[in-house]
Design a protein around this ligand. Structure first.
Ligand SMILES: Cc1cc2nc3c(=O)[nH]c(=O)nc-3n(C[C@H](O)[C@H](O)[C@H](O)COP(=O)(O)OP(=O)(O)OC[C@H]3O[C@@H](n4cnc5c(N)ncnc54)[C@H](O)[C@@H]3O)c2cc1C
Length: 351
């Protein structure tokens, strides 16, 4: 029996039958989870707001088998692939997820679908399992000329874009002390690196010597403007009035997870290393502190790139199906023993 047979029937909201799984966020992580669940013959809905984090970049790199693919092309292919297994993909924004308390009445067929997903401008949906794959927003330094070149010549990850700007004179604009590491990292792609260090605070003698040892220059005056020609960066103006010519910039935005819609559920959170902020706590398979909610990709791991997000999605998709498999057996055992109790009761009444 397919699990949908166990939970079919109208939902309490009257909107539609409950889903085995709802995936919130339909990009690398979410579509990968949906692919596993769809191929496991689950009834799956993907709800996606259509703004993946890498939408500013024309091409993806470091993604085996997809080198240079446009981010939108990968998502388009992923959508077609999951649709082939019956997964439904809808555009929309999830505003809130709530839970019907254990013991509270539900319609008979939907006792296992306790999560309610509120979607902007649409009827709420009920689901047995939830995969959160909503990514992060990069809160960028408020420097004129910077945000408009994000993803083209203002970059965050040398593994994604370092090759494309190799050997240029590269500026690293600090947003925290972590920038010292970023400057040393970028030195792998160019021997002309300038660290604009103001936001990293004072650099001690040992760190300064380390940077100097491989030719990394340090400018301490704060950056007040990024200069450029269209998408291309040409230089950086500092508060002391000087202009330093650079052909690309690396900087780190503050990662803000898109998880506010889960606030009612009081899920456990963990402070990420390097001051990256508070993110949902997940286990190795992406399960949160709620036994039917998984988090995958950037929303739980700000360091994840596309392949890491996809791998996490695949793992959680399998784990969610595994949990539903056991729940299906629990439901079936309960139904069987209730049936035999009823039979025994009827036999007793006849005797
Ligand atoms: C400029 C830039 C370039 C990058 N280039 C590369 C690269 O070359 N190679 C690489 O491997 N990585 C790259 N990355 C990193 C890459 O973008 C992420 O690793 C990847 O997008 C993470 O996938 P994800 O599925 O977790 O999140 P995302 O791709 O961000 O997808 C999250 C999805 O959830 C949706 N969503 C959010 N909130 C809601 C909601 N409430 N309801 C419904 N939907 C919602 C969003 O609209 C979005 O579609 C780049 C990042 C940036 C910023």
């Amino acid at each position: 029996m397919n699990s949908s047979d166990l939970i079919s029937g109208p939902s309490a909201s009257g909107s539609s039958p409950a889903w085995d799984a709802i995936v919130v966020g339909g990009s690398a992580a979410g579509l990968s989870a949906a692919l596993m669940l769809g191929r496991a013959r689950r009834r799956v809905l993907v709800i996606d707001a259509g703004s993946p984090r890498n939408r500013f970049a024309a091409h993806m790199h470091g993604v085996l088998g997809n080198e240079g693919t446009a981010p939108a092309e990968l998502v388009g292919r992923g959508r077609a692939e999951v649709a082939a297994y019956g997964v439904e993909v809808r555009e929309g924004t999830v505003e809130r997820v709530s839970e019907i308390a254990a013991g509270a009445p539900t319609s008979a067929g939907e006792a296992d679908a306790r999560l309610t997903v509120a979607v902007s401008g649409a009827a709420p949906e009920r689901t047995r399992a939830l995969i959160v794959a909503t990514g992060i927003a990069d809160e960028l330094p408020a420097i004129p000329g910077l945000a408009e070149r994000w993803g083209t010549s203002v970059l965050h990850c040398p593994y994604c874009h370092g090759w494309e700007v190799r050997d240029r004179r590269i500026g690293v604009i600090a947003t925290s002390p972590m920038a010292l590491h970023q400057a040393r990292l970028v030195r792998q792609w160019s021997d002309r690196v300038v660290l604009f260090s103001a936001a990293a605070g004072e650099i001690d003698a040992a760190d300064a010597q380390r940077l100097r040892s491989r030719g990394v220059e340090v400018e301490t005056s704060p950056v007040v403007e990024v200069l450029g020609d269209g998408d291309a960066v040409t230089g950086v103006r500092t508060a002391d009035g000087r202009v330093t010519e650079v052909g690309a910039i690396f900087t780190a935005g503050a990662p803000r997870p898109h998880d506010g819609f889960l606030a009612d559920l009081d899920l456990a959170r963990t402070e990420q290393p390097f001051g990256l902020g508070s993110f949902l706590t997940v286990d190795f398979a992406g399960r949160t502190s709620h036994e039917r909610i998984w988090g995958v990709g950037n929303v739980v791991n700000p360091m994840a790139n596309v392949p890491i997000a996809m791998a996490a999605g695949a793992m959680a998709g399998g784990a969610a199906n595994g949990a539903l498999v056991e729940a299906d057996f629990d439901l079936a055992v309960r139904a069987t023993s209730e049936g035999s109790d009823a039979d025994a009761g009827a036999a007793g009444a006849r005797a």
